[in-house]
Design a protein. Structure first.
Length: 139
């Protein structure tokens, strides 16, 4: 995506409940999500300081993920991620999704295995502290 293409275009937001996360170094997080989860970046709005992002919009597996950097000077300090997991449910090739994320640097929290409810399911933590789960329904 060229710098000219990164101007706000208000792309469609997909999903009923759309996560909007605040991380340290949202630009690096967006790049990681591209490598780990095949994210497509559809919008980016840099902050005036030229270092942080005010807004970034990604598509992952048909849904939107919004993210930005913390802005403590405006009353929005960085808080560690807690008590939530971002879930990616795929129709097939869950092992491919899992392996790509691990190869990109995600830490295994709960190995990808067949669970008692029937799905192959596992949990990962990304380098920004966000917990993700990846699953596929039993065939």
């Amino acid at each position: 995506m060229s710098e000219q293409d990164k101007t706000p275009q208000n792309p469609p937001v997909y999903g009923g409940v759309v996560p909007h996360i605040v991380v340290s170094d949202a630009s690096a997080a967006a790049d990681f999500y591209k490598r780990a989860f095949a994210a497509e970046e559809v919008a980016r709005m840099p902050a005036q300081d030229g270092k942080r992002l005010m807004h970034c919009h990604l598509y992952i597996n048909g849904g939107s993920l919004l993210l930005c950097d913390a802005f403590p000077e405006y009353g929005h300090p960085l808080q560690p991620p807690q008590s939530f997991t971002l879930h990616i449910h795929v129709a097939d090739n869950v092992d491919g999704w899992w392996n790509r994320a691990v190869a990109a640097g995600a830490e295994v929290v709960m190995p990808l295995e067949r669970q008692f409810w029937g799905d192959r399911y596992g949990q990962l933590r990304d380098p920004f502290g966000v917990c993700w789960s990846v699953a596929s329904s039993a065939a």
